[in-house]
Design a protein around this ligand. Structure first.
Ligand code: GN1
Ligand code: MG
Length: 365
């Protein structure tokens, strides 16, 4: 903890640090809540950035500064879209930089912690889902004035399904961790759907859907709520880069309409809740139908299937390579995650028609 305190002190903070504790449930970076006194001073979130995944920290930081500064300006503009929406702020270090590179080679950064905020790994009710949808609609609206091509592509091909599938197939052939025998059913599941899952990529290549500024990691727990359960901010901005909105919508549904955890072991609990789906879509489209293109709207329901597929595929691939990307809590965790995602996808397939109906209805309202 002393080390963490001394790292946090290298940033320009208010108050005196009283504790630093592990925070959140991310699979990539390490996050800590830095509490300070007096009460009036803000608390902070200290993060060790996973630099084997995020290899260019200056570019990453550039993107975050550009996006957060733009949103802040938009929120100050007279015709603001929301009274309660806030944007998180990167805290500058005494050195003048917005990150620290320590002697051990680690990269650190500090954000303000939004006072009184909380997040949800599982969405308890449609009101939260509605708020979450609205928050991502607002986020997309507020970033729409940024030229997407001015952002660095931090993780190239992040949602490139052709590349993800070819990496998967190559991994299956190599079988580097010797785990192939246990995933025969999952491989068949992936292969049976590989063709249809190219749809969004093709729409993009053919120019039917625009490249926009997108968040690319719209897990529901990246939405901050206040004590009244109003969504007030969006966090985890590492993957904000040029992309398709369909990825953002789909990932939010994958995590925000599933009644079970992302890694639920009891597959009977995994399901898409259509009430949550409708509420999220209503909140989102209430803002986004004003600027989405027809081909975007007509693929929203599909995007939920797509994102569930591609994340399941990434978990499965990581299991096959021996758990090198996602942090795991126990052996077999990535396989358990993959199985839960594939079960969720099956449930979405069963309920795809009502999902499409819901989108049609909410898009017209
Ligand atoms: C990772 O930051 P975190 O842990 O929420 C991953 C996402 C996945 C998610 C699955 C940079 O996100 O793409 O959807 O895990 N982020 C990166 O839970 O790979
Ligand atoms: Mg993330």
């Amino acid at each position: 903890m002393n080390d963490l305190i001394s790292i946090a002190r290298q940033f320009i903070i208010e108050g005196t640090i009283v504790s630093v504790k592990p925070f959140g449930s991310g699979h990539i970076n390490d996050s800590f809540l830095v509490k300070t006194l007096p009460e009036a001073a803000p608390d902070y979130v200290l993060q060790r950035i996973n630099h084997t995944i995020f290899r260019n920290i200056p570019d990453l930081t550039d993107n975050i500064l550009k996006v957060t500064q733009h949103i802040r300006q938009q929120l100050h503009a007279s015709e603001s879209i929301s009274d309660t929406f806030q944007v998180i702020r990167l805290i500058q270090a005494h050195s003048g930089s917005f990150f620290i590179h320590d002697e051990e080679g680690n990269f650190w950064r500090l954000y303000n912690h939004v006072r009184g905020s909380k997040s949800y790994d599982i969405v308890a009710n449609p009101d939260l889902a509605y708020e979450g949808g609205k928050a991502f609609g607002i986020f997309q609206y507020l970033t729409s004035g940024i030229d997407a091509s001015s952002l660095h592509e931090i993780l190239p091909d992040f949602h490139n399904i052709a590349k993800r599938i070819s990496t998967f197939r190559e991994t299956v052939l190599r079988n580097p961790a010797g785990r192939l025998n246990e995933v025969i059913n999952e491989i068949a599941f992936v292969e049976a759907r590989s063709e249809q899952m190219h749809a969004i990529m093709r729409l993009g290549e053919q120019g039917y859907i625009p490249v926009r500024v997108t968040h690319n990691d719209t897990k529901f727990n990246n939405i901050l709520f206040n004590q009244d359960n109003k969504a007030i901010s969006i966090v985890d901005l590492d993957t904000v880069m040029p992309g398709y909105v369909l990825y953002d919508f789909g990932d939010a549904i994958r995590t925000g309409s599933n009644m079970a955890a992302e890694d639920e072991a009891d597959l009977a609990k995994v399901n898409i809740d259509l009430h949550l789906f409708e509420a999220y879509s209503k909140g989102y489209l209430g803002i986004a139908r004003k600027f989405l293109h027809p081909a975007e709207i007509s693929h929203l329901a599909f995007s939920a299937k797509f994102m569930t597929y591609i994340i399941g595929l990434r978990f499965l691939t990581d299991h096959l390579v021996g758990d090198r990307y996602f942090k795991i809590g126990f052996p077999g965790h990535n396989l358990q995650r993959a199985r839960a995602q594939f079960k969720l996808l099956e449930r979405m397939e069963e309920q795809f028609f009502p999902m499409q109906e819901i989108i049609r209805k909410q898009a017209m309202n």
